[in-house]
Design a protein around this ligand. Structure first.
Ligand SMILES: O=P(O)(O)OC[C@H]1O[C@@H](O)[C@H](O)[C@@H](O)[C@@H]1O
Length: 310
């Protein structure tokens, strides 16, 4: 008898269930047992587990899942603004809307489906939204789990309006870390950044590699396509590979702010670090009929020895 290689059909590795609020939750699995969970509330990725079942994203123990806001943790998409300096709610509305599953999305030519489990989500402004929204657009999000356990998110935003659409964008990604004081971040050395804790003033990074000893809320400009977060205690490296997203946001609220946040446990700032691929410093200006694409691929390497390799 010959051996048959199992045929991996992404449709059989996608499971849709409802949560207690009746909102669809999607689970993607790969043949090795890694998994990703996505909620139609906000198109939020709420879990990313490796083949040993270890959770790689942080979720607050006090995350409020019943509110109309995105639950604290996981990965959320920010559109059309990041922060509160625009005409919308903090970080825009996309993370707070209910998305739909799109069964037959327009083809994504650069995407190799081989061995991948994926789902396509769609956010289209409703008639009601259009009363306060200046633009008609379609926002497609493909969430994909590869056979090696890496997770990618591909956002496509199409301007179907008659005038240009100006927006900022970010994938707010809460990585789970053993202890924030043990973490080192590489890839942002010598770059300029705006410090949200100093009235968005511009500074230049002086450190060789970043470590975390206090609150941080910064937007680094023109950052490289790969950033590494090294967690020595867990012997784990997260690689954040990005395309179309020149900026990188770093955020950790630290002890005082963490205590003041109702949806975050008092000590939980120690176990999270947000590193977001983003387009903030120079907002995207999308002409009528055009599409913009921004993608991140997240890889977990079970070692911290590879920092020279990426
Ligand atoms: O509480 P929110 O709206 O999810 O925002 C959390 C943080 O998100 C980060 O991206 C911002 O840089 C911070 O300024 C902000 O505090």
């Amino acid at each position: 008898m010959g051996h048959y290689a199992p045929v991996w059909d992404h449709r059989t590795s996608v499971e849709v269930t409802k949560n207690s609020n009746g909102i669809d939750q999607i689970t993607l699995r790969n043949p090795r047992g890694a998994s990703v969970q996505v909620s139609l509330h906000g198109g939020q990725v709420t879990s990313w587990r490796n083949d040993r079942g270890e959770e790689l994203l942080f979720t607050s123990s006090k995350a409020i899942t019943k509110s109309s806001k995105a639950a604290r943790g996981g990965i959320s998409v920010f559109l059309p603004q990041c922060g509160n300096g625009g005409s919308f709610e903090q970080h825009g509305f996309a993370r707070n809307k209910i998305w739909t599953i799109e069964d037959d999305p327009p083809s994504l030519k650069s995407f190799d489906t081989q061995g991948k489990s994926f789902i396509d989500l769609l956010l289209k402004p409703s008639e009601d939204d259009l009363k306060f929204l200046p633009h008609v657009f379609e926002f497609r999000l493909r969430v994909s789990l590869a056979s090696d356990g890496s997770l990618s998110l591909i956002s496509r935003i199409r301007n179907i309006d008659g005038k240009p659409f100006k927006f900022s964008f970010a994938y707010q990604t809460y990585f789970s870390v053993s202890n924030i004081s043990e973490v080192r971040l590489e890839g942002l050395e010598t770059l300029d950044y705006r410090d949200n804790l100093c009235q968005k003033k511009l500074f230049t990074e002086q450190a060789d590699a970043l470590t975390f000893e206090t609150e941080m809320d910064r937007v680094y400009h023109d950052s490289p396509n790969c950033i590494a977060v090294l967690d020595h205690e867990r012997k784990r490296t997260y690689l954040i590979k990005k395309e179309g997203l020149p900026d990188t946001v770093l955020w950790n609220p630290w002890a005082k702010k963490c205590k003041a946040m109702v949806d975050l446990g008092d000590e939980e700032y120690k176990h999270m670090l947000c590193v977001d691929g983003a387009a903030i410093e120079r907002p995207i200006i999308l002409k009528p009929g055009k599409e913009w694409t921004g993608r991140v691929e997240l890889v977990m390497v079970p070692s911290t020895l590879y920092s020279d390799d990426f």
